[in-house]
Design a protein around this ligand. Structure first.
Ligand code: UDP
Length: 485
């Protein structure tokens, strides 16, 4: 399936029928999840608008959700998309981790991807191939198709990248489970991470997802460069170290924060935004757990009662709960499977109708965070959500669920100080206290707000022409030369 904006088929790299040089073309493989697609699409758009490139986003058959289709259809003409054919994953055990599913789907798609890249080489001036964090096996396809450069786009942060790059050696030096470590895990430049907060797919070494991550850690080293959706001010320690060249490790370029553009009113009227329009400045806490996160019923209930107890205005995106321990049940499709409102405490919606709005499944997060009425964000700490919050200067309450979110919560609350973390017990009083801290500046709340304002400024400066992120990307593009394929 293509989105109709396919790359021009007039040339094999060096020129079109008018003799003008063809734009450089980049193929990008997007592993499943809106959290992977959105920043890669932003990178593609930036390469088009700033550097005159065109791009093809290659997606997997497993991710053809309505949300994704609508998103791909909204991209500018310079960014086209096509989907890989389905691969058979029926031999994988039921309940296989999403990291395993993504990695397997990628590895099994290498032959089809090779064909696509060969075709793109014939029809465009294909200068580079980009894979994201679970797609490193696709470097084999790029190599087989003779693509000149292979980049890894890392949509999360430098802390997580440091961990994954160190995994082949940690696999040997940490014999037991990470969660049993007596001391927090200390990695070069990074905030120490308590064992239970280390990246979720590493928490059970008998699970195939662990082996996959170690494999990716080794495979990342085959990239010509690693582009990371982060910026120095939010994690200065690892930024300082990874900016230095190191033998055997690709050069690392922090090029973020790349976040979804605010499409404003072009998305049409939206009940959330109309409701926010009626609220005072910085008075509302936005509550959302990303594109796939769902809470167990009991935590959903405590959150409702905690919000009510906090006395703050709130806008909450609710999903039907996940009580089988699968906090990422909605990962491949954000739509709630059941009516989420049925799981809220009795009378909650009625009691809070003057201060709160509860919406099912999905909200236009960027528009919400950009809104003057939004004063805080209770987030699962998905990295896109964190970056979006920082870009719009919204202080955070951290409630991590899965993937690397617990690590992100540590780094944000213990490291840079841009969030207050909800204690593990998740009781309504603790939730209310954390929300009040951020919204009213109680306790550490004032310092968190000041830090977020500082990071907002740093993020904007980096992206400006001549800023650190813009310069890093220009340096990468500067290595593409005409006719090299
Ligand atoms: N998002 C959104 N509305 C929602 C939930 C999510 O627009 O109701 C967007 C959000 O703005 C972000 C992405 O989906 O760009 C979620 O990415 P993140 O890395 O935060 O979390 P993930 O979904 O990967 O867990």
């Amino acid at each position: 399936m293509e989105n109709g904006n396919g790359p021009s088929s007039c040339c094999n790299g060096n020129g079109n029928s008018n003799g003008a040089p063809s734009p450089p073309h980049v193929a990008m493989l997007v592993t499943p999840g809106m959290g992977h697609l959105i920043p890669l699409a932003e990178l593609a758009k930036l390469l088009a608008s700033r550097h005159g490139a065109t791009a093809t986003l290659v997606t997997f058959a497993s991710t053809a959700s309505a949300t994704q289709r609508a998103f791909l259809a909204s991209l500018p003409p310079a960014v086209s998309s096509l989907a890989l054919p389905p691969v058979d994953l029926s031999d994988l055990p039921r309940g296989a981790a999403i990291e395993t599913l993504m990695s397997e789907e990628c590895a099994r798609s290498v032959p089809a991807l090779t064909d696509i890249l060969l075709r793109l080489r014939r029809t465009t001036r294909l200068v580079a191939f980009v894979a994201d964090l679970f797609g490193a096996d696709s470097f084999d396809a790029a190599r087989a198709a003779g693509v000149a450069r292979r980049y890894l786009f890392f949509p999360t942060n430098l802390h997580v990248l440091t961990l994954i790059l160190h995994l082949p050696e940690l696999d040997v030096s940490v014999p037991g489970e990470f969660r049993d470590l007596a001391e927090p895990l200390r990695l070069p430049g990074c905030v120490p991470i308590p064992g239970p907060d280390v990246l979720m797919p590493l928490q059970d070494k008998s699970n195939p997802s662990y082996k996959w991550m170690v494999h990716h850690g080794a495979k990342y080293r085959e990239a010509d460069a690693i582009l990371v959706n982060s910026f120095d001010a939010v994690e200065p320690g690892p930024a300082k170290i990874l900016r230095q060249p190191a033998p055997g490790r690709p050069a690392v370029f922090p090029i973020g924060p790349l976040i979804q553009a605010d499409r404003g009113s072009s998305d049409g009227p939206c009940p959330c935004i109309e409701w926010l329009d009626r609220q005072p400045d910085r008075s509302v806490i936005f509550v959302s757990f990303g594109s796939g996160g769902a809470l167990p019923t009991e935590q959903m209930r405590e959150l409702a009662l905690g919000l009510e107890l906090s006395g703050q205005r709130f806008l909450w995106v609710v999903r039907s709960p996940s009580d089988e321990g699968a906090v990422n049940d909605n990962y491949y499709d954000a739509e709630s499977k059941k009516d989420p409102f049925a799981y809220l405490p009795e009378g909650f919606v009625e009691r809070t109708k003057d201060v709160g709005l509860v919406v099912p499944s999905w909200a236009p997060q960027i528009r919400v965070l950009a809104h003057r009425a939004t004063g805080g964000f209770l987030t699962h700490c998905g990295w896109n959500s964190v970056l979006e919050s920082l870009v719009y200067g919204v202080p955070m309450v951290a409630w991590p669920l899965y993937a690397e979110q617990r690590q992100n919560a540590v780094m944000l609350s213990e490291g840079v100080g841009a969030a207050i973390r909800v204690p593990e017990s998740k009781g309504r009083e603790k939730i209310a206290a954390a929300v009040r801290e951020v919204m009213e500046g109680e306790g550490k709340g004032a310092a968190v707000r000041a830090k977020v304002a500082e990071l907002q400024k740093a993020a904007a400066e980096g992206l400006r022409e001549g800023g650190a992120a813009a310069t890093a990307l220009a340096e990468v593009v500067g290595t593409w030369t005409c006719g090299e394929n």
